[in-house]
Write a protein that binds this ligand. Structure first.
Ligand SMILES: [Zn+2]
Length: 187
């Protein structure tokens, strides 16, 4: 997995005690889930100080969690997400930025930080003149767009939800891209 940890679904629940709840995200429908294969994948940073499932209000096992270096795109991350989407039929991908990202803080301070980032991101100038939380949001949105193109090439069209977890563990700035088919239906 090239330095990216993929947490396996945790089978800690019984389907009989599942209570339908809304997600902690406005505008995001929560699929019916009976304790089987996860329906969503959260891609977030390794130093996120909160538990992703708690942030989103889901049961253990509902979501796969992929944690890496902020949400900086890479071929390895894309391959992991493509695998998860195919293996589990993932309908929702969450790209979750967070406040006070130590990895991005380090990258912004360090003149050699370009090595930490893909050349693509560096060329876009995503890190110029912004505070770390703005950079975190920008990276997540850029990565969501980049993933949309990559997943479409693989014939995968999950909803992609981009959001930002603040320091108190509230998920804000939620934007939902329901995918090319949904966009076509709306227009
Ligand atoms: Zn971080």
């Amino acid at each position: 997995m090239h330095g990216v940890a993929m947490a396996a679904p945790r089978d800690l629940h019984s389907p009989t005690r599942l209570v339908p709840r809304s997600l902690a995200l406005p505008g995001v429908d929560r699929p019916a889930w009976s304790g089987g294969s996860p329906w969503g994948l959260v891609w977030c940073c390794a130093d996120l100080p909160h538990v992703p499932e708690q942030l989103l209000g889901t049961e253990p096992g509902e979501l796969l969690v992929l944690q890496g270096a902020a949400t900086l795109p890479s071929a390895s991350v894309t391959a992991d997400i493509v695998w998860a989407a195919r293996e589990h039929g993932i309908s929702h991908l969450f790209v979750l930025a967070h406040a006070g990202c130590r990895l991005l803080q380090h990258a912004l301070r360090d003149e050699s930080s370009a090595r930490l980032m893909s050349g693509h991101v560096g060329r876009l100038g995503l890190f110029a003149g912004h505070d770390v939380d703005a950079v975190s949001r920008t990276v997540a949105h850029h990565s969501a767009g980049s993933l949309r193109r990559d997943l479409t090439r693989h014939g995968l069209v999950p909803a992609i939800v981009t959001a930002f977890a603040d320091a108190r563990g509230h998920v804000v700035d939620v934007s939902v891209d329901r995918g090319p088919e949904a966009r076509a239906q709306l227009s």
